[in-house]
Design a protein around this ligand. Structure first.
Ligand SMILES: Cc1ncc(COP(=O)(O)O)c(C=O)c1O
Length: 430
């Protein structure tokens, strides 16, 4: 964690904190983000982070340069190869790893499917088990459910408590010699709860040492400087568009030994050195998992996004800002927050006075406030909180007090507009 930056400024750029806390600066100036130029109050960074100008420039330069990586000996293609492999080194370095440990994917979703299909599925037999958690995003649930069904294996779900915190006592009995993989969500996209990776890795070592630990880091990396080799994960999965990079690119970190055990998800050009009528010689290293022409501009953008994040990310600030957001929302009459995980980071979900989240989202949108409404691709966790749909506000590097003010004002306006005056309340929306 980096130190929290405190400010004496109580103007609009500083978060108005709960009483007794010092104010907190926004981590990066809004001017970095062209999408904010029209005054948008963007509280949906958990869906996708806004792209800073320097990343847009890096992608544009890569596209202007052009060329197909690993596909030619002429200078243009060689420069594209150098750009792709340079990006791989930079992405690996940002996670404390080595270039050959990084496989580029299209997204976190593709990364999780790659690990499920490529590494776990060949090891899964009838009677084996995969462990996931109640906090799983659908992208870290459905790939496991599919391979379990195909193999006749068991999908075990570790529960969360009422605060939305993973219940280690419910996890422990699920871990035994039959478990092939434990797939975790590092940070919940609904509650911002941070999973205790160290404690879980220790439980895995004690009760299921043969099982791989797969970590969905899509919501963690935007706020936490993850050291992948030190995380004890066997596979650490993330996407570019949540770390200030472009959409359409993601990556998986894993030790080389793990990659050596895995099968590719996609097969095709670039994944093989040789193919004959009866034989295949697979490419060495990450290329085996990256069939097809590489998304070189995406990889360059991902590296640029992580570099930008590295300059501005401040975990303590994210935690404090998330706490300030929770406090502000909790004070709005009619707001019920989903869960209350200590030290939450990034996202806060809530229901509001029985109003339909989509209606509230529409009123906020009209006022220039962007939040996410719906099930957040986490139906099992929403069911745990006994709701079908919720409003989610999430923070980015640019989030400031003015964003929180606009959200709170917008919620009051939504209540005025949407709650029937006779009853003063809508029906409880489950
Ligand atoms: C926790 C979590 N995992 C996985 C994903 C899927 O990421 P992507 O859209 O990049 O595939 C998301 C996206 O919201 C997420 O929040």
């Amino acid at each position: 964690m980096t130190n929290m930056r405190h400010s004496l400024d109580t103007g609009p750029a500083a978060i108005r904190p709960p009483p007794g806390c010092p104010p907190i600066d926004a981590a990066a100036d809004r001017a970095h983000f062209p999408a904010l130029a029209d005054g948008l109050r963007y509280l949906d960074s958990a869906a996708t982070s806004l792209t800073p100008t320097c990343v847009i420039d890096a992608v544009r330069d890569a596209m202007l340069a052009g060329g197909s990586a690993h596909r030619g000996l002429y200078p243009l293609a060689q420069r594209a190869t150098a750009a792709l492999e340079g990006a791989r080194r930079d992405v690996a370095a940002a996670l404390g790893g080595a270039a050959e440990q990084i496989v580029f994917t299209r997204s976190a979703t593709e990364g999780l499917n790659l690990v499920a299909e490529g590494w776990a599925r060949p090891r899964l037999t009838a009677g084996a088990a995969i462990v996931i958690t109640r906090a799983a995003h659908h992208s870290n649930l459905l790939p496991w459910r599919r391979i379990c069904r195909a193999a006749g294996a068991e999908l075990r779900i570790a529960e969360c408590d009422a605060r939305g915190v993973l219940d280690l006592e419910s996890l422990t009995p699920l871990l035994d010699r039959r478990v092939v993989a434990v797939a975790l969500t590092h940070v919940s996209n609904v509650t911002g709860a941070i999973a205790p990776l160290d404690a879980i890795a220790a439980l895995r070592r004690r009760h299921a040492p043969q099982a791989a630990l797969i970590v969905d880091g899509a919501q963690a990396l935007p706020h936490i400087a993850v050291h992948a080799p030190g995380s004890r994960a066997d596979f650490y999965v993330f996407s570019g568009h949540k770390v200030c990079g472009p959409q359409g690119i993601g990556a998986v970190w894993a030790p080389v030994e793990r990659w050596a055990e895995a099968e590719p998800l996609l097969v095709g050009g670039g994944a093989v050195l040789d193919v004959g009528d009866g034989h295949i010689v697979w490419s060495e290293g990450p290329a085996r998992f990256e069939a097809g022409t590489a998304n070189m501009p995406g990889a360059v953008g991902l590296a640029a996004g992580l570099a930008f994040l590295d300059r501005h990310r401040d975990t303590a600030r994210s935690v404090a800002l998330t706490a300030a957001l929770r406090t502000r929302l909790a004070r709005v009459p009619g707001v019920r927050l989903l869960g209350d995980p200590p030290g939450a980071v990034g996202a806060v979900s809530f229901v509001f006075d029985g109003l339909h989240p989509h209606d509230v989202g529409a009123v906020l949108a009209e006022r220039g406030v962007a939040v996410r409404v719906g099930h957040h691709c986490a139906r099992p966790l929403l069911a745990h909180f006994d709701v079908r749909s919720a409003i989610r506000a999430s923070i980015g590097l640019h989030t400031s007090a003015a964003d929180l003010d606009a959200l709170v004002d917008g919620l009051r306006a939504a209540r005025e507009l949407l709650a029937p005056p006779e009853t003063g309340r809508g029906e409880v929306h489950r």
